[in-house]
Design a binder for this molecule. Structure first.
Ligand code: ADP
Ligand code: MG
Length: 543
């Protein structure tokens, strides 16, 4: 029966009865519905995208994170804001307190108009970016809708700031429009208005260097007169300059006991490179140099003496100023001297000592052997043993026999120096001669000059006086007089009269004659015979 009813309602086919399905929805419909829903959701999400950073900061709810696009935009926005903040800091650092400042505004990611409301009252963005009044200013004028989010962020920054200042200023200094005044009739206020200027000056204190403590005046309605503000600014500048000077001095000078960081670095490099094994300590600090003891390593597979000294020429220039005359008239250095800055001249001193020592070594004069020259550091062999430097001739106690022996050694060394090395020590005394293994060793030859130097003979005379006086005081009867010593060393026959002044004037006249020869014939035209038939002064010899 039932079967018959069903049969009557359903159309019959050869395969049986077909069950009628409800009409199916088209694929296009399904897709468009899904799309509409998705767009709807996205729209909701985008409604709060004006400042996602602010929203993120302010809302308690978890942010919508299902849309990748939105996440990307949020991150980009956050990045842009951070970039701008950084740019602002860089700009501030770059401009400092300079009266003329460079604006980085064009490089900002977020346009100032999007980021700030400064356009509303013709306020220059640059002038007011650090204005403490800026954030508080709009409290009475509600911000427009799109600015709401930014405003909130800035307000929160301001509140953090106001923890450090006393109170939120009640009034912002009025910025004067371009026409130079505000108001009408009697109520005209110009940009020179004391109150406006005073407030502006207070706000500007914020631009002082961070190390200048401006107190909590920024938070109050302070009005600084131009005079006070200028005095503060002046003080701030001079403080900065002073601290920079102090810093510079500390960094660049070789202090009494220590060395400056650059020199230290050079010394460490020598240890790192294996030239030195270690640097042990300071032997002497003089006016012009600091001498360190060190253990030698190896240099280009050549062994460095076991014990060496590092003579570090001081990089403070004061002392060297007095000694210019030793180097600027030395023909070996004259061309370079004029072209160099004072710091490089100090290196020249080290180089000069190296050349002089090399010459002396060739003539087999007992002296330190040069190991290495690095800028203003000269490494040479150590005269002494087991970290104990050889005593200076002035400090050593010798028998009369040894003292006599020492005198003859010094005489011989002075002659060798003049005649074989073509050098005058120019600072020879018992302070620059060491007594080691029964021999006199010469050191400190940085200032030594060639006999062609315009003052070489005067320097030689001074050396002779030091030597003669020392040995005479030590009771060496064989010690010559200063005049005899001078003639014996130089081979000149300067007549010995009654007065020292006469002798010196003879020397000066000789120097003058040599100088004239040099001028006439050029610096390399020696030998020049002196007119009185004394031996020629030797030309420059190669190191
Ligand atoms: P300054 O120009 O400061 O007088 P010196 O070259 O005279 O420099 O060195 C200062 C001191 O350092 C010397 O008096 C000496 O005691 C020590 N000294 C210098 N060079 C050596 C060396 N090669 N070996 C041992 N001691 C040295
Ligand atoms: Mg010395």
């Amino acid at each position: 029966m039932d079967q018959a009813v069903v049969t009557a309602e359903l159309p019959k086919t050869p395969w049986g009865f077909v069950v009628k399905q409800p009409p199916a929805c088209s694929l296009t419909d399904v897709m468009s519905e899904q799309l509409a829903k998705q767009l709807d959701e996205e729209n909701e999400a985008f409604a709060s995208l004006n400042n996602p950073v602010a929203d993120l900061l302010l809302s308690d709810e978890a942010p919508e994170t299902t849309s990748d696009l939105m996440l990307a935009k949020m991150l980009q926005m956050q990045f842009d804001h951070e970039f701008d903040e950084q740019l602002r800091r860089e700009e501030k650092k770059f401009n400092g307190d300079s009266k003329v400042s460079i604006s980085f505004e064009n490089y900002r990611m977020v346009h100032p108009y999007e980021d700030s409301d400064s356009s509303e009252d013709e306020v220059d963005w640059q002038d007011t970016r650090d204005d403490p009044y800026r954030a508080g200013r709009k409290r009475d004028t509600p911000p427009t809708e799109p600015q709401q989010a930014h405003k909130t962020v800035r307000m929160s920054q301001f509140h953090v700031r106001s923890l450090f200042v006393c109170s939120i200023p009640s009034e912002k200094p009025q910025t004067t429009p371009r026409r130079g005044f505000t108001g009408k009739g009697k109520n005209i206020t110009t940009k020179h208005d004391a109150v406006t200027c005073g407030r502006k000056n207070t706000a500007r204190m914020d631009n002082f260097a961070p190390e200048v403590h401006v107190g909590d005046g920024l938070g109050m309605d302070l009005k600084l007169s131009n005079q006070v503000f200028n005095a503060l600014k002046q003080h701030c500048h001079s403080e900065q300059r002073r601290s920079a000077r102090l810093h510079e001095k500390k960094e660049h000078s070789t202090a009494e006991q220590a060395v400056d960081p650059r020199t230290r670095l050079l010394m460490y490099k020598m240890v790192n490179a294996g030239v030195l094994e270690n640097i042990n300590g300071c032997i002497s600090t003089g006016k012009e140099s600091v001498v360190f003891h060190a253990n030698g390593g190896s240099l280009e597979e050549q062994p460095v003496p076991q014990e060496v000294v590092l003579k570090v020429y001081k990089t403070t220039l004061n002392e060297f100023k007095n000694r210019d005359r030793y180097i600027k008239d030395d023909y070996r250095f004259i061309d370079r001297f004029s072209k160099l800055n004072p710091r490089k001249i100090i290196r020249l001193w080290a180089e000069k000592e190296m050349h002089n020592l090399s010459r002396m070594k060739k003539a087999e004069i007992p002296c330190p052997e040069v190991v290495l020259l690095k800028k203003h550091i000269l490494v040479m062999s150590f005269i002494g043993k087991d970290h104990v430097p050889a005593p200076k001739l002035k400090d050593v106690v010798l028998s009369s026999e040894d003292m006599k022996n020492a005198f003859y050694q010094v005489l011989h060394v002075m002659q060798q120096l003049y005649q074989e090395c073509n050098l005058v020590h120019a600072d020879l005394s018992e302070y620059n001669m060491l007594w080691h293994q029964g021999k006199v060793w010469l050191i400190d030859v940085g200032q030594s000059v060639e006999p062609t130097h315009p003052h070489a003979l005067e320097f030689l005379f001074r050396d002779c006086r030091n030597v003669a006086t020392f040995f005479q005081k030590r009771g060496v009867s064989e010690a010559m007089s200063v005049y005899e010593l001078f003639n014996s060393v130089s081979g000149l026959n300067v007549p010995v009269g009654e007065e020292e002044a006469e002798f010196i004037s003879e020397i000066v006249a000789l120097e003058k004659r040599n100088e004239d020869h040099v001028q006439r014939r050029g610096k390399k035209t020696f030998p020049v015979s002196s007119d009185d038939g004394s031996p020629p002064l030797q030309p420059d010899c190669d190191d």
